[in-house]
Design a protein around this ligand. Sequence first.
Ligand SMILES: O=C(O)CCC(=O)C(=O)O
Length: 307
Amino acid sequence: MVQLGMVMAKRSQLQSCRKAMLLAGCHQNFFLRSVQTVAPADAIRTRPIPVCVAPTVEEFVNGCYQAQTPMVIRGAMETWASRKWTPESLKEKFGHLNVPVELGFWKEEEGRYGDYRDLYQESITHAGSKEYFMAHQPMSLTDFIDIFMCKREDSSSPPPLIGYMAQHQLLTEVPEMANDIPDPDYVKAQRAVYQRNIWLGPAGTISPLHFDPYHNILAQIWGTKHIRLYAPEESSRLYPFTSSMFLRNTSQLNPEDLNASKKWPEFEKAQHWDCELRAGEMLYIPLKWWHYVRAVSNSLSASFWWL
Ligand SMILES: O=C(O)CCC(=O)C(=O)O
């Protein structure tokens, strides 16, 4: 996989976020021009997500937010108390909470775990309208951590079952937790946060390729996630489900499947942006951008949605 993240180590190297965007633009043009002769076909479809070190709110708003392009933000979570949490301290403080868990069985034939595409259900109400819901397994946070996030003795094959506490609005439910995971200034300085989500799980959890009708700051508290993004203009090349209302924001394909273009021929023309989001980094995902997320290690993230 091509990794070309633009990294700026010190704040002093960066006069403004806008400059970072400009640099990213120059870099891309250079990259696109140069690949015409030397790079393999896949590199043409791959772009790095620019990195910005602790931009001010103004730099964020005038830079990536105005341009509606993604940005990795470093150095903006230094004061978050949650950065010091461990699975043990999380259990001590919040282990008694009852949390909903998405359970996914390993599907050998597809080489993936089940996820929300397999879990959601539709039903018709008495009034004749459609209702959608997801099957979750409730359990205590302590049980979730002990069962799904502990080190496995035999890691030679994938475990048969994976658990993901995905998109759970714990911060709204437990205000005490929100002290340690505060709303990012980039959001609260301009708009109210519409929804706060917590994502906790082991390596291997996947959020399939989908988009949301919100701007998003995804903040990585522990661990690393591999993230791939596609601009809204690429939608027709990503084959969203058409049969169900609930899945119309979700692609039928796995963007990491090297054979995906055989079944979905337009997909090979879609251009994507990649990053490994590490602990202490935030990713700005503009409204309606497609995102695919795979946890590379045990991971705790929070996302903040706004309009
Ligand atoms: O971290 C994930 O697994 C998915 C995050 C996501 O889809 C979101 O924040 O909207």
